[in-house]
Write a protein that binds this ligand. Structure first.
Ligand SMILES: [Zn+2]
Length: 317
């Protein structure tokens, strides 16, 4: 089988490898799609100290069951499935344990069916514990923000305010349920959110962008004793500029990053159910599709974010 191996910065190489062997509890999946994750881009963009190269990454995988161990009971050959795996996804085949596999309905495309990011947003929304009528702000409405937005809507928020710097994704945020969109390049989000919340700030503020600017802005939009949810992925160093302010405002600070496999698998199951029931729509979020041979272009797009970019997915025909 063919696999894309990250040899160096900006350098995936396609190599022939033996098919993965499966044990009694595993399935062999013919990979159909693997999403390019924000958390992988820095590993591709430059060699990270302490990480071993060559690397075999890719964890947002979906495909078809082509073989299974004798103890696998819930899946059959030919089933369409999404997986939770911790790598090796940019390849024609992958082995996976049965408890990390989730069925996909026929009407959902492989590129849409990404269990891992959906698990993250699902767990984030569950941990934030949104109550009926809450006013919620999202700071950053890229791929993860737009999934969160739909799940926050399902949770009964009365106001969902989307803050970003790109008009085209803010327009999509509106279509997907944002009650108000704010381009922070053209409008002061602090003033705008105050106006929408009787001068108080939002009940819940999700920091989604994963950069210093969104981390600085999010607490300014949150009300006293509101929930400040740090959802964005923050590789490298970030500075909390004013912990005194966070403390004074008595924020309930929620770290919405999940590491325990049991939590991730529970989130995957709940999230994939919502997708299969069409309660969340991933289709408009998949904007850039590449064959395996063009995986470096996929990563370049994910880094550069050309106009209209939301998510790059590598698809294997
Ligand atoms: Zn991911």
């Amino acid at each position: 089988m063919k696999a894309a191996i990250l040899k160096d910065a900006h350098n995936f190489v396609i190599e022939d490898m033996p098919s993965p062997k499966i044990n009694e509890t595993e399935l062999l999946i013919k990979v159909k799609a693997c999403g390019v994750c924000h958390s992988e881009i820095h590993q591709w963009d430059h060699k990270i100290e302490g990480l071993k190269y060559p690397r075999f990454i890719g964890h947002e995988v979906s495909g078809i069951v082509v073989n299974k161990g004798k103890n696998v009971s819930k899946f059959n050959l030919g089933d369409r499935v999404a997986l939770w795996v911790d790598g090796k996804g940019y390849a024609e085949e992958i082995a996976v344990k049965e408890d990390r596999v989730f069925p996909i309905d026929d009407e959902i495309s492989f590129a849409e069916a990404m269990a891992e990011p959906i698990a993250c947003t699902t767990n984030g929304v569950i941990k934030a514990n949104i109550r009926l009528g809450d006013k919620v702000v999202l700071v950053g409405t890229g791929f993860m923000g737009l999934i969160l937005l739909q799940q926050i809507k399902l949770s009964g928020a009365s106001e969902i305010i989307a803050v970003d710097v790109r008009d085209e994704i803010l327009n999509l945020a509106k279509e997907l349920g944002a009650t108000r969109i704010i381009n922070s390049k053209n409008e002061d989000p602090v003033e705008a959110v105050k106006k929408l919340t009787n001068g108080e700030g939002a009940d819940i503020c999700f920091e989604v962008g994963g950069n210093q600017a969104t981390l600085d802005l999010a607490p300014q939009l949150c009300r006293m004793e509101g929930k400040l949810v740090i959802f964005g992925y923050h590789p490298g160093q970030r500075v909390i500029r004013d912990l005194g302010f966070w403390n004074w405002m008595a924020f309930d600070i929620i770290n919405a990053h999940f590491r325990d496999l049991r939590t991730i698998l529970t989130g995957s199951k709940i999230g994939m159910d919502l997708l299969n029931k069409k309660m969340i729509n991933m289709n408009p979020l998949i904007t850039h599709i590449y064959p395996l041979e063009q995986i470096n272009d996929a990563f370049n797009a994910a880094k550069e974010k050309p106009k209209g970019f939301i998510k790059a997915v590598v698809v294997i025909e």
